[in-house]
Design a binder for this molecule. Structure first.
Ligand code: HEM
Length: 444
């Protein structure tokens, strides 16, 4: 087979599942032989003419519309720091390709921040890759099974009921402040085994550590570091206690887990606890608020849920598909990677647009219709991600959201907006309403 431009071809290195059998060194256009023997041309990313989107400042619906318009021209979109994938198939494939690594560890560096906080970030399960990640995930996973989270359902109902009790007589509330923000902390504390008197501490740490995602790391750094170090001290103390006196909680389970003599060290336990607090708090808060904002705009669907509590599971999947609190994630090519007909040079940043994938008409019939009774799709909604970093707390988050939506629908069957919904700035990583004023009744 002749190379493009008559240049020599070289046999490729191992190129995983997304492959081309031949790679041509040093040229933008690379000829390769597809499995069906059709000649295919691979183009270096930088040489592609791509539609461009700068999503900075775009509100979520505008962002989805902009990426969808770009997606009609090409499956790849150029964005300020790299490129973006937006179709369901591509989003899943990139997240499942292990040579595309989590970009979490490089985000602070890209914002010009270095030092101990960044090193610490790189040791988080969210940022780890390869055998280190597999080991940590294997050791932590048994503590996150659906069975482990099922036992928390009565506690979840108790927390929601108490939060609704506090606003029931008024018949109105600001849902973000009164229900969504306080809801996940007691659950995470119960899961970890932290006592009620420390809920406030955890809530403050979670808020400060989450500043990492607010695109202002340089200014937020002192608050982030203080919260991390306080949490670190607290958890080390807890680990010491649980080692001598185990309880029925996540920390004791993680301490007890042992596979072929392998155990989580104290540092790893501390790091996992931080990851759980970080990944499991603001996400659930914002997702509940996003889901409720959708229902406030679709009273017919809310009435349907109130009359049919068994639709709660479908309601969670459909609201997460329609308005996910995590709209995107990012990957870095750890080496030169060929995917479809494009060569992604090592170091390429790929924005993975979960929000746009969730509206892909090829994956979801009538994708813009909001319908909690939608038959299950073969394509999963993408707000929990996919591949090796797929949300470890997905079954816990699903249970939390199912219990909350079901109870809120029972206790507030008639629901209406009591003012405009205000949204967090679009640049915020974990996103949702900042204010959701509601009036409700009867039933509470
Ligand atoms: C609705 C709520 C939630 C959403 C939307 C969500 C979303 C996600 C997404 C998209 C990822 C993958 C990020 C990536 O691939 O770059 C992820 C990872 C993760 N999530 Fe969640 N999450 C939620 C709740 C939770 C909860 C409640 C917990 C724990 C209690 C949790 C723990 C984790 C952990 C530990 C990871 C890292 C997994 C790994 O890297 O292997 N999440 N989550």
């Amino acid at each position: 087979m002749g190379g493009a431009g008559g240049q020599d071809i070289e046999r490729p290195k191992a190129v995983g599942g997304l492959v081309a059998p031949f790679v041509l060194a040093g040229d933008a256009r690379l000829r390769w032989e597809s499995p069906s023997s059709e000649a295919c041309v691979t183009t270096r990313l930088s040489d592609l003419e791509l539609p461009e989107v700068d999503a900075t400042g775009l509100e979520r619906r505008e962002m989805v519309a902009a990426f969808q318009a770009a997606g009609a021209q090409h499956w790849l979109t150029r964005v300020p720091l790299g490129c973006a994938v937006t179709k369901h198939d591509d989003v899943r494939a990139i997240l499942r390709e292990r040579r595309f690594h989590s970009a979490l560890s490089v985000l602070p560096e890209m914002a010009g921040v270095t030092g101990p906080m960044v090193e610490r970030q790189q040791r988080s399960i969210l940022a780890m890759e390869g055998s280190e990640h597999t080991r940590l995930r294997r050791l932590a996973a048994p503590a996150f099974t659906p069975r482990a989270t099922e036992r928390l359902r009565p506690f979840m109902r108790q927390v929601v009921n108490e939060l609704v009790d506090a606003v029931a007589a008024e018949g109105r509330c600001e849902l973000v402040h009164d229900i969504c923000e306080p809801y996940p902390i007691p659950i995470i504390c119960e899961l970890l085994g932290a006592p009620k008197e420390d809920w406030k501490l955890f809530s403050g740490w979670a808020t400060d550590i989450f500043r990492i995602f607010n695109n202002d790391i340089a200014n937020d750094l002192p608050a982030i570091q203080t919260a991390m170090s306080d949490l670190d001290g607290y958890v080390r103390h807890m680990v010491d206690e649980r080692r001598t006196k185990p309880a029925d909680d996540l920390l004791s389970h993680m301490i007890a887990v042992e596979e072929e003599g392998d155990r989580l060290s104290t540092d790893e336990l501390v790091m996992m606890t931080e990851a759980v607090l970080m990944a499991g708090t603001d996400t659930t808060r914002n997702q509940l608020a996003c889901s409720m904002a959708l229902f406030a705009e679709h009273p017919d669907q809310w009435a349907r849920l109130a009359a049919n509590p068994e639709l709660a599971s479908g309601a969670v999947e459909e609201t997460m598909r329609h308005l996910g609190a995590v709209r995107l994630t990012a990957r870095i090519a750890s080496e030169d990677i060929e995917y479809r007909d494009v060569l992604f040079p090592a170091g390429t940043l790929v924005i993975v647009s979960l929000a746009t994938a969730n509206f892909d008409g090829d994956a979801f019939t009538d994708s813009h219709r909001f319908d909690i009774g939608r038959p299950p799709s073969v394509a999963p909604q993408m707000t929990f991600g996919s591949g090796i970093h797929f949300c470890l707390g997905a079954s816990l988050a699903r249970a939390e959201l199912q219990e909350a939506l079901q109870l809120l629908a029972q206790r507030m069957p008639v629901l209406g907006l009591d003012g405009p919904i205000e949204w967090k700035p679009p640049g915020i990583g974990i996103w949702g309403p900042s204010r959701l004023p509601l009036r409700f009744g009867p039933g509470a």
